[in-house]
Ligand binder design. Structure first.
Ligand code: NAD
Length: 508
């Protein structure tokens, strides 16, 4: 299959290399190369030199050098720079959409309507957040002193991002960090460096000083671990799988760094028997297939109360089968490929193993014909699996929804909570008390009611349980990238303070 629509010529556009250090593109010095593959065709679209640990050192040095100037800029100056950054991104929106669709296989309508505008909005939000430093009010909490709180940047942040939303993940990591006065080195996933590089370049074009935002593109084990353990990196912020997150946590802990982990998910989708069935069916299909299911908050486990169960299964399967899988650059495509053939085969493996104990209602196949060379997989609905089975418990990260029945509300909520993850969930009901109970009792960082997926810059995103800790987006993430200092002034001006008697002297 050819992609007549794709207009991003990666090899020409990023000819100077896939490292962005101190405001300039450079080539990685590891001596090894890596190819970015268009997953819709299997064609290599960009071959680049991978970073070495020496490139990480150079990027951290650039960020370290930029820190004094950037951290002492006024909040207003940082805000102005981020507003200009948002404007540059808006001017170049189509280039970002093309590059993101090319490296991920996302339909252009998704990158144009979600990834890119969401990133521009995040940038504008953090331009505003830069000027809103919040904290306890100054006061005489001890009669003899005045106390106040300073909110200060932390230093050089080392961030690591996954491949599923490369542009948005770069934005979620970079924006709160730099808005708060930190400088940053980001390592994108080696499969998807294109838009992180364009993002850093756009920041330079907007006047953000050299060294404030640096990108190193290299392998996780080598370059990622070196970045996390680097002595001049003060904070690690990681988004990715729970397995790698545990390794990152070990290294960050052993070097005593502030740590922010956004990990995997297995979001439940709980449909009570008074729900609007059509709304739930539409929500389940859109919520499970968004980004070809490679979304940490995607609906993965639908629990449907017994009276609605059979109809929900039939209608969801029919709607899933109508979703148009195809060329990401064609205007009539709803669903693109998975990120790689390896990921497609991994997803197919989960479904194939489930055939022994569950029923594949629709999908479960890789499309043939002109889509054969891409990493495509049909939207898949699996029913009749046991709660403790692999397909219900493991993060699949593909266009696969599992559906199970439940009887009582207690059971539905207990099943929703019965995985190690806790990133997101949704509850579907017309009864405000039922839905309200679900929002309180489901252990997840986000619970939607009668919807599943929408996010907004003003509200936090982050997990409970094995989905990690720390928040992206919102004022909460801005706070994570600052540290709090208590400043205490003596107001008495006496040489021997009252409390000194605990060390020398007696009570007068
Ligand atoms: P991954 O954990 O394999 O890789 C993530 C990043 O870590 C990549 O840049 C990779 O190169 C790097 N890495 C790999 N090994 C490393 C190591 N030993 N040390 C340091 N860095 C290392 O994840 P992925 O496959 O790229 O992305 C999918 C995962 O990300 C899913 O589990 C998904 O749920 C999760 N995710 C979570 C969120 C969230 O907000 N919670 C958002 C998006 C994706």
């Amino acid at each position: 299959m050819h992609n007549p629509g794709h207009r991003f010529q990666a090899q020409d556009r990023l000819a100077d290399g896939a490292q962005y250090i101190a405001g300039r593109f450079t080539k990685g010095t590891s001596g090894r190369t890596h190819a970015v593959v268009n997953p819709a065709t299997g064609e290599e679209v960009y071959t680049y030199e991978l970073a070495s640990t020496a490139d990480v050192d150079a990027a951290v040095a650039a960020a370290h050098e930029a820190f004094p100037g950037w951290s002492s800029a006024t909040p207003g100056e940082r805000s102005d720079a981020l507003h200009r950054f948002a404007a540059v991104l808006a001017e170049r929106a189509e280039e970002f959409a093309q590059a993101e669709s090319l490296q991920c296989g996302k339909p252009l309508k998704l990158t144009r309507e979600f990834d890119v505008p969401g990133t521009i909005d995040n940038t504008a939000f953090f331009a505003g957040a830069a000027r809103h430093l919040q904290g306890q009010s100054a006061g005489e909490y001890s009669g003899d002193h005045t106390s106040y709180v300073r909110r200060e940047p932390i230093g050089v942040v080392g961030s690591i991002a996954p491949w599923n939303y490369p542009l948005q993940m770069a934005a979620w990591k970079i924006l709160p960090a730099v808005a708060a006065g930190n400088t940053i080195v980001l390592k994108p996933a080696e499969l998807t460096p294109l838009t992180s590089l364009l993002f850093a370049e756009a920041a330079t074009e907007a006047g953000i000083p050299d060294g404030v935002i640096n990108i190193v593109t290299g392998l996780g084990k080598e370059v990622g671990e070196h970045l996390v353990g680097h002595p001049d990196v003060a904070m690690t912020s990681f988004t990715g799988s729970t397995a790698v997150g545990k390794r990152v946590a070990e290294i960050a802990t052993s070097t005593v760094k502030r740590l922010h982990l956004e990990l995997g998910g297995k979001a439940p989708f709980v449909v009570f028997d008074d729900a609007d069935l059509d709304a739930a069916v539409n929500g389940a299909v859109a919520g499970s297939l968004i980004n070809t299911g490679q979304d940490c908050t995607a609906a993965t486990r639908a629990y449907v109360q017994r009276p609605l169960y059979e109809e929900f299964v039939a209608k969801t399967a029919a709607l899933m089968a109508s979703v148009r899988v195809g060329d990401p650059f064609a205007s009539d495509t709803d669903l693109g490929p998975l990120i790689s053939h390896a990921q497609r085969d991994r997803v197919a493996g989960f479904v194939d193993r489930a055939r022994d104990y569950a029923r594949v209602v629709t999908g479960g196949t890789a499309p043939q014909g002109e889509l054969k060379s891409g990493a495509f997989y049909a939207p898949t609905l699996v029913a009749d699996a046991a709660q403790d089975s692999e397909i219900v418990q493991a993060e699949i990260f593909g266009p696969v929804l599992v559906v199970l029945p439940f009887d009582t509300d207690d059971e539905g909520i207990a099943l929703a909570n019965d995985t190690p993850y806790g990133l997101a969930a949704s509850a579907w009901s017309r009864d405000v008390y039922r839905a309200g109970r679900a929002t309180r009792e489901i252990k997840a960082g986000c619970v939607w009611v009668n919807d599943h997926i929408p996010i907004i810059s003003e509200m936090p995103h982050g997990g409970y349980k094995a989905s990690g800790f720390g928040k992206d987006m919102s004022a909460y993430s801005f706070e994570e990238y600052t540290q709090i200092k208590h400043v205490m002034f003596d107001n008495t001006a006496v040489a021997r303070k009252d409390w000194h008697r605990t060390i020398f002297g007696d009570r007068p």
